[in-house]
Design a protein around this ligand. Structure first.
Ligand code: GTP
Length: 403
């Protein structure tokens, strides 16, 4: 029995094994459901390796050559798998070669230590350093390579690795002071090793789960709000984003520019659907890079129709912007299968102060119709007049449109 916890090492080992199996099993089941997440498969494998390592070491407490080597190999592979999984998840894939080389070096050291046992402080320092190396590598990736949308989960996971490193530093420092050696301290260290191992594994699984959840939420939001072909906002997302912008700038003149590619059906007929898609992507890039104001919201409004909402924009500035974008499109053919596809766009511009977003869009649509009717590849502008924002909130109009 251990004096601190009242639990003996066998019981702690069994608890550790049960927790390890539960975590590894839940990650394996999750990876069956979330098939597209490659990192999840690697992490599931890492947790199984950790669990088997614990079982191998616990099975043979006296540390025979085979159990020590097997245990070390499994732990080293688990560390490598966690690292590679983290790198994959953060979008900075690592070659297995690099962590595999680190695993090989430490295994070699382990074999040397078994043949020529070093002093206790040297052994503790080397194995402490090994753990700190893996932990620091993972902390570096988690803190400095995580994209913004994955930062919270990555920081939590990094914190677990930092605490893990601190634990090894503390153990190393104790080992460097043989005067502290006593049966009570040895028993306390063994117990804390088990308890800390169980806690760290559990917290790591929580960190990885957080990172996976953040990735899922981000991907779902992207799918719901971003047009897959052009990467621009879709219509619903634009209307949702427009509300706060327009409400925050009541009393200013706002502009809506509605673009519709001319004779786009002919582009599809001549170049096929893939050629048409390439033109749509090229057009989106031209709009994005064509000098639209920083606060403007750009969206693919429908098939070959795009909308730009420019807050706080006067009629003159709106028409100048529309004309410069139209001219840019006219002189910038898309490239498809090595050949240029020339195309043009008509633009309807609506400006208004204190007007519903819906009314602005309707007016821009009328102006666009006019541009099409009068020859295409041109800009038509109209001033929008309508019910004030006070009588019928923008939110209402946008919500109605979004449905
Ligand atoms: N390649 C491709 N074509 C699309 C997509 N969405 C809509 N279209 C095509 O866009 C074309 C729109 O044709 P129309 O509405 O007749 O308009 P248009 O040929 O551009 O003629 P005008 O607008 O009057 O100048 C149709 O052929 C649609 O199939 C898309 O995502 N990819």
């Amino acid at each position: 029995m251990d004096g601190v916890t009242g639990l003996d090492v066998h019981t702690l080992g069994m608890i550790g094994l049960a927790v390890g199996i539960a975590i590894a099993l839940s990650f394996s089941l999750l990876s069956l459901v979330l098939r597209g997440m490659a990192a999840l498969h690697v992490w599931a494998a890492a947790f199984w390796l950790l669990t088997f390592a614990g079982a191998a070491q616990g099975y043979d407490e006296n540390g025979s050559f085979l159990s020590v080597i097997i245990g070390s190999v499994l732990i080293a592979l688990a560390n490598a798998a966690m690292l590679v999984g983290i790198a994959m998840h953060l979008g900075h894939p690592l070659r297995w070669r690099v962590p595999a080389a680190v695993v090989a070096v430490f295994l070699l050291i382990q074999v040397v230590f078994m043949a020529w046992p070093p002093s206790q402080p040297v052994e503790s320092a080397v194995f402490g350093l090994k753990s700190i190396l893996w932990d620091s590598w993972m902390v570096f990736l988690l803190l400095f390579r995580a994209p913004r949308e994955l930062r919270a989960g990555s920081r939590f996971t990094a914190m677990v690795f930092v605490v893990d490193s601190l634990f090894y530093v503390a153990r190393g420092l104790i080992a460097l002071h043989p005067e502290l050696d006593s049966p009570e301290l040895a028993s306390l260290l063994t117990t804390s090793n088990y308890l800390f191992g169980i806690l760290a594994t559990f917290l790591l699984s929580t960190g990885f789960t957080l990172m996976l959840s953040q990735r899922l939420v981000h991907d779902l939001r992207q799918a719901a709000e971003v047009d897959g072909l052009t990467g621009l906002l879709n219509r619903t997302a634009l209307l949702k984003a427009a509300n706060p912008v327009l409400l925050a700038n009541r009393g200013h003149s706002h502009a809506v520019l509605l673009f519709d590619l001319d004779h786009f059906k002919a582009v599809n007929d001549r170049w096929g659907h893939a050629g048409g898609d390439a033109v749509l992507q090229h057009f989106a890039r031209l709009l994005r890079d064509g000098g639209v104001p920083a606060r403007a919201l750009l969206s693919r409004y429908g098939g070959e129709e795009f909308m730009l909402l420019a807050p706080c924009t006067s009629p003159n500035v709106a028409v100048t912007l529309a004309e410069s974008l139209r001219a840019l499109v006219e002189r910038s053919p898309a490239l498809y299968a090595g050949e240029p596809i020339a195309f043009t766009t008509s633009v309807g511009v609506a400006t208004g102060t204190g007007v519903h977003i819906q009314r602005l869009i309707d007016t821009a649509d009328a102006a666009l119709y006019q541009a099409k009717r009068t020859g295409r590849d041109r800009v038509e502008a109209m001033v929008s007049e309508g019910a004030s924002e006070e009588t019928s909130p923008l939110a209402e109009a946008a919500a109605g449109l979004a449905t």
